[in-house]
Design a protein around this ligand. Structure first.
Ligand SMILES: NC(=O)c1ccc[n+]([C@@H]2O[C@H](COP(=O)([O-])OP(=O)(O)OC[C@H]3O[C@@H](n4cnc5c(N)ncnc54)[C@H](OP(=O)(O)O)[C@@H]3O)[C@@H](O)[C@H]2O)c1
Length: 336
């Protein structure tokens, strides 16, 4: 059967690669995407994908988006911003999306949550499986909102016939997803006590910016692999439920620094802890700094369930994904 798919947030770092995969997916008949910016799918050479502008805060736009859809996919989100600013789009907007999808009678609802939903708790097991409850971290708006939203979603769909798939990717990267590197560059500049001096030094040959490395590695997943997992969920491959998504392997701050042509300096982890505390206090200056807190606690996921039950077969490991991202960031001038 040919599926009709409706997607919020098709123009983002995950949305565009997903559109690419769905365009080539024989199980999919048509896709309608909705976000706020102007966007023309035909310019990408896509024929199955159509697009309309709309805001997830507008219930009328959502009702029209999901009308006649077999599958609703929710990707629209405000990842960066102040706690209160993001709350409206992320909590009120997502609640609108879930309610509209249930009211439209879709068969399946696919939502991109995040590793952050688990929270950054030292007592969480490593690696995390889907059995661990998503508790969120109160001190980090994105994590708290992701956890709250998973609870909201369960409440909205309970008693309905909708099959719900929640994917929890780790940091998404790849040539079309350079957010990680943009944030590393921004945080390094914001956290720098002597930016003018560093900028001056940075102009000198052989003096490269430095990243503090507390030895906490992270997982990465390639955007095309996330798109493949979402496509499997859209097709209903595997039972409904939560699925962790992470590529094989880990990357450390030293590897991130090397990939972007910077240096890293080994620091003891309490120094990063101190930085994270400072970041929390300074988050009113920049929400980016609140993100630094997330990297002070190791959070690793086991993605075996997606492989076993969704048939997910990621093509890229963390190291390869990092290199592709760094090359793309350099070409885009993000490191100048
Ligand atoms: N990127 C990652 O590393 C990562 C990791 C784990 C989970 N996730 C999750 O995956 C989902 C997609 O992330 P992404 O990386 O693709 O985000 P993104 O690149 O920031 O894209 C966000 C998308 O949402 C749309 N959007 C934002 N506010 C909207 C609104 N009020 N109404 C309608 N559309 C709106 C944006 O388009 P407009 O701005 O034009 O409206 C864009 O299409 C999010 O839930 C995110 O939390 C991402």
């Amino acid at each position: 059967m040919s599926l009709t798919v409706a997607v919020t947030g098709p123009t983002g770092e995950i949305g565009l690669p997903l559109m690419d995969v769905l365009e080539r997916d024989e199980a999919v008949g048509s896709v309608l995407g909705m976000a706020r910016r102007p966007f023309e799918p035909a310019l990408e050479g896509w024929e199955k994908i159509s697009y309309r502008r709309g805001d997830i805060l507008d219930r009328g736009s959502l009702a029209a988006l999901f009308d006649g859809a077999d599958v609703a996919v929710h990707l629209a989100f405000a990842i960066f911003g102040a706690r209160e600013q993001t709350r409206r789009v992320n909590l009120e907007g997502s609640r609108n999306v879930f309610e509209a999808a249930v009211a439209a009678g879709v068969k399946r609802l696919v939502y991109a949550s995040s590793v952050a939903a688990y929270g950054f708790h030292p007592d969480n097991p490593q690696p995390l499986t889907e059995e661990v409850p998503p508790r969120g971290s109160v001190g980090f708006y994105y994590s708290a909102q992701k956890a709250e939203l998973e609870a909201t979603l369960s409440e909205i769909v309970s008693g309905s016939e909708v099959d719900v798939y929640v994917v929890r990717p780790c940091v998404v990267a790849g040539p079309r997803a350079t957010m990680l590197i943009e944030q590393v560059v921004k945080s390094a500049r914001l956290g720098d006590p002597l930016p003018a001096l560093r900028r001056g030094l940075g102009r000198l040959p052989l003096v490269r910016p430095v990243l503090p490395n507390a030895g906490i590695p992270i997982q990465l997943v390639h955007h095309d692999d996330v798109a493949r997992a979402l496509a499997a969920a859209i097709a209903g491959d595997g039972p409904p439920g939560a699925y962790n998504l992470a590529g094989e392997g880990l990357v450390g701050v030293d590897e991130i620094a090397a990939a972007i042509g910077w240096r890293s300096v080994r620091v003891p982890s309490p120094a990063v802890g101190l930085g994270a505390g400072l970041a929390r206090r300074l988050s009113f200056v920049s929400p980016q700094l609140e993100w630094a807190a997330a990297f002070a606690t190791p959070v690793l996921m086991d993605a075996g369930k997606a492989r076993r039950e969704l048939g997910w077969d990621p093509h890229f490991d963390a190291a390869e994904t990092l290199i592709q991202t760094a090359i793309s960031a350099r070409e885009a001038g993000l490191l100048d």
